[in-house]
Design a binder for this molecule. Structure first.
Ligand SMILES: Cc1cc2nc3c(=O)[nH]c(=O)nc-3n(C[C@H](O)[C@H](O)[C@H](O)COP(=O)(O)OP(=O)(O)OC[C@H]3O[C@@H](n4cnc5c(N)ncnc54)[C@H](O)[C@@H]3O)c2cc1C
Length: 412
């Protein structure tokens, strides 16, 4: 998200060189960043029009990536897009919602088909359709791509356009404040004047003067917001409302099954929420399942719980794809979802009281694919004071104050 915003700011600046943009990153190896630990999926099948719109734009962006992010005298970008679609399965209980979602998606211009169990069985003979009432399948612009390639491409392009890459950890902010008397109450507005950056292998804390800060710290963005005073004000005031984004650990397992679904295997989202897709062409697959609230694992480290696969995932996979009965797990990893506990959706826009902090976070498992569109929206808001291409008002911080969630039903 950070590199996407930086790229878009430089792309949309009206006078060349007018903006000075720095991306501050504490870990340039990205060892714990969600982006590189994600599974690289892109789909049009969301329930909120804004999310469908973002996906549509992102698919276009990825398909024409070299026109956007190509750099003269550098090798072309190969995003490794596998356009094999997402297949959502719904039980009798979920059928009406799935169909409603498909109407929203089609209204926005996405090409999604509905399949009966009989059609499903014909198209995918390896699938057990027991308990499936209806399915939806994205006919274009869905599949998966290489997250590293996208991150690297944004970064390389942004740097080529003059963005500074700074290795260090943001540890605090210096702010100034003004009192504002409104008819209802007195408000304290604050501004960030300096970002303090802890340089690597050094005791030095470098103050960086700034006119505005974009908080793109992923699952750590709640913590970063707190450093600027967000959510730590007195009780029953707007100041006490936190940015509700936190790390939630999600496991991804990779298994081998030589007789498994063939090359046309899409990303399948089972009625249980379990997902899987092909990984390469050597009979490997990857997949996972979000735990229930009660099962949420400890987030101290990124260790994988293998019993979660054995007990919670494998039985569901083997039910849906009987040949998976004989699969062998080959490897696994874990990553953090940038989880918005309020409504599992993006937070995009400025803070009402910390005037010059902007958020682009909380995507809760669909941020990689939305980074091209979200970065553009953030740059529009910063440069023009409003969203120009896709209206993202629904994702503003204000919803945490008014208590109106922007619920996305298709969270995986
Ligand atoms: C297992 C898994 C599967 C996923 N699958 C998909 C998928 O299929 N499709 C999809 O679209 N999305 C997917 N996601 C979600 C997606 O990865 C995220 O929504 C997206 O990558 C978030 O990007 P980001 O830039 O906000 O966060 P990150 O990639 O986490 O980047 C945040 C960066 O901020 C840095 N940082 C944090 N705090 C500080 C600080 N104080 N100072 C300096 N730097 C700091 C971190 O080091 C990090 O590099 C998945 C996520 C996981 C974990």
């Amino acid at each position: 998200m950070g590199w996407s915003v930086a790229y878009w700011l430089k792309c949309l600046e009206t006078r060349k060189g007018a903006l000075q943009v720095a991306v501050i990153e504490k870990d340039p190896t990205y060892s714990k960043a969600s982006t590189v630990l994600s599974v690289g999926g892109i789909r049009q099948q969301f329930s909120l029009p804004e999310n469908v719109q973002m996906s549509l734009y992102s698919a276009f962006f990825l398909r024409t990536i070299n026109e956007h992010l190509g750099v003269v005298n550098e090798p072309p970008i190969d995003i490794q897009f596998n356009p094999l679609g997402y297949l959502f399965l719904a039980s009798e209980d979920g059928a009406a919602i799935l169909e409603e979602n498909v109407h929203v998606q089609r209204d926005q211009g996405a090409k999604v088909s509905l399949l009966s169990p009989t059609q499903l069985k014909k198209k995918y003979p390896w699938l057990n359709t027991d308990g499936v009432a209806v399915a939806s399948y994205g006919l274009e612009n869905e599949g998966w791509f290489d997250p590293w390639a996208l991150l690297h491409a944004f970064k390389r392009k942004a740097i080529s356009m003059g963005v500074y890459s700074c290795h260090g950890e943001v540890t605090s902010f210096t702010t100034s404040s003004t009192e504002l008397l409104t008819p209802e109450r007195e408000l304290t507005l604050s501004r960030i004047n300096y970002v303090h950056v802890q340089m690597p292998n050094s005791l030095e804390n470098q103050p960086v003067e700034c006119s505005l800060v974009v908080n793109a710290a992923g699952c750590w963005s709640g913590k970063l917001a707190e450093m600027a005073g967000v959510g730590i004000g007195s009780p029953n005031t707007q100041d006490e409302i936190k940015l509700p984004v936190e790390p939630r650990k999600r496991y991804v397992y990779v298994w081998h099954c030589p007789d498994g679904p063939g090359l046309a295997c899409p990303t399948v989202i089972d009625t249980t929420g379990t997902y899987f897709r092909r990984e390469g062409i050597g009979g490997n697959y990857l997949g996972g399942l979000s735990p229930t609230e009660e099962e949420e694992p400890d987030i101290q480290d990124l260790k994988v719980d293998h019993s979660f696969f054995q007990e919670k995932i494998w039985p569901k996979l083997a039910h849906r794809v009987p040949v998976f009965e004989s699969l062998k797990v080959r490897s696994a990893w874990a990553g953090y979802y940038d989880y918005n506990t309020f409504d599992q959706n993006a937070v995009l826009g400025s803070h009402p009281l910390v005037e010059n902090m902007f958020f682009i976070t909380g995507f809760s498992g669909h941020g990689l694919q939305h980074s091209p569109a979200a970065g553009r929206a953030m740059a529009e808001l910063i440069l023009e004071g409003k969203f120009k291409t896709i209206c993202m008002e629904k994702f503003s911080f204000n919803r945490f104050i008014t208590g109106e969630p922007a619920l996305e039903r298709n969270i995986i």
